[in-house]
Design a protein around this ligand. Structure first.
Ligand code: ZN
Length: 388
């Protein structure tokens, strides 16, 4: 396992890697290393219930809302061939204290235990240590710690707090702190996709998705049902808009629009748009027909673009986090619109895994309207399943 990460670009190494990972974590993160920006850390954590997270790339957020890591692994990708050295790390396990240092992809922690990690230390050795600084910070007690580097302790031990999230970044020696990663600016030259969540608002699940976006950056689109907009769900919509997310129209009572009169279509759409505007201050710019059901009469009546999808996770049917995650990761391409539903906790957990993973693979997570704006625009009365 020592040179595991050095082999990642070779097919044998990749096959080994795939064989060792649970089915839903069979990642392309390692075989797309060539597309990445160069030398850096890749890391993962073990969570009770869901197991090892997909590998997260250098300087991205490793987190799982509502779950605390029990173990941690870190390796390096694209290590300069001429340079000796590896990455070493140790974890502080609640109730046990500091475990021994391990290196380059070995497990640090106790995946069978009940106790969370309280702190970690990460450092390089050999020529890597002479040429690079490795920075670490953790999210703990509701805030990110300051960056520490080269074996300094990230996190507070001994006071019963646990690590919620981790970031690690490799920088050229003396280059200073890693870059901040959150940005709402869309770069049209880079790959982007739109994650969409239907049938909400669904307060608790909406907030889980929003927490993942707040931690990692990116925005999504929620297609909400007008009659569900009240109370905590309405509050979640306001928060979504404050984070740059888009709220779209998904009819007032989830009607099959093809079965309504033109006046019926007009009423269900207009009533929902008015409600969304009343709550968030922003009128929806796009709609999604329930069941993906439409005809020319519906399209002529709705007065806005009808947004379909080209990746259907079938999350409502499988109610499986792992199926939803693997379906997206094995199909996703630039310009995709991905259909999920925020009414299932399994889908919210899938979003928590997918958001950092997709960002780590280089995708910008944008709203449907941002995707359309970057890729040729859209018109009322037309349908769109993707924007290439
Ligand atoms: Zn729906």
């Amino acid at each position: 396992m020592k040179d595991f990460f050095l082999k990642i670009k070779k097919s044998t190494g990749l096959l080994l890697c795939l064989a060792l990972l649970p089915a839903f974590m069979q990642l392309k993160v390692l075989d797309t290393a060539a597309e990445a920006s160069g030398f850096g850390a890749v890391y993962t954590a073990y969570y009770p219930g869901t197991g090892w997270n997909p590998w997260i790339r250098d300087n991205h957020v490793l987190s799982r809302y509502g779950a605390y890591p029990r173990a941690f692994k870190i390796g390096l990708e694209n290590q300069p061939k001429e340079m000796t050295g590896t990455v070493l790390y140790q974890v502080n396990l609640s109730g046990t204290g500091w475990l021994d240092w391990v290196e380059n992809g070995a497990e640090a922690g106790n995946i069978g235990g009940e106790m969370p990690l309280e702190a970690i230390r990460v450092k390089l050795n050999g020529q890597l240590e002479e040429n690079y600084d490795i920075y670490t910070r953790v999210y703990q007690s509701g805030t990110w710690t300051d960056w520490v580097k080269n074996g300094e302790q990230a996190g507070t031990e001994g006071v019963g707090t646990h690590i919620d999230a981790i970031r690690v970044a490799v920088m050229q020696k003396g280059a200073g702190l890693p870059e901040e990663i959150k940005s709402n600016a869309v770069d049209p030259s880079r790959p982007m996709i739109a994650l969409t969540f239907d049938d909400g608002p669904s307060a608790a699940n909406t907030h889980r998705i929003l927490n993942a976006l707040e931690a990692n950056g990116g925005r999504v689109t929620f297609y909400v049902v007008g009659s569900s907009i009240h109370g905590a769900g309405a509050d979640a919509m306001k928060r979504a808009v404050s984070l740059g997310c888009e709220i779209g129209n998904h009819s007032y009572n989830h009607e099959n629009l093809v079965k309504l009169s033109s006046q019926g279509v007009r009423d269900t759409i207009n009533k929902t748009s008015a409600r969304i505007q009343e709550v968030t201050g922003v009128a929806p710019a796009t709609m999604r027909p329930p069941y993906g059901s439409y005809n020319s009469s519906v399209l002529n009546t709705i007065g806005m673009p009808a947004i379909l999808w080209n990746i259907d996770t079938l999350d409502w049917k499988t109610k499986s986090t792992s199926n939803t995650v693997s379906h997206v990761l094995s199909n996703v391409k630039d310009g995709d619109i991905i259909l999920m539903h925020e009414t299932y906790a399994t889908s919210a957990v899938a979003a928590e895994i997918l958001i950092p993973e997709l960002i780590g693979r280089g995708y910008q997570l944008v709203t449907v309207s941002e995707l359309a704006a970057a890729r040729g625009g859209m018109s009322a009365g037309k349908t769109y399943g993707s924007f290439r």
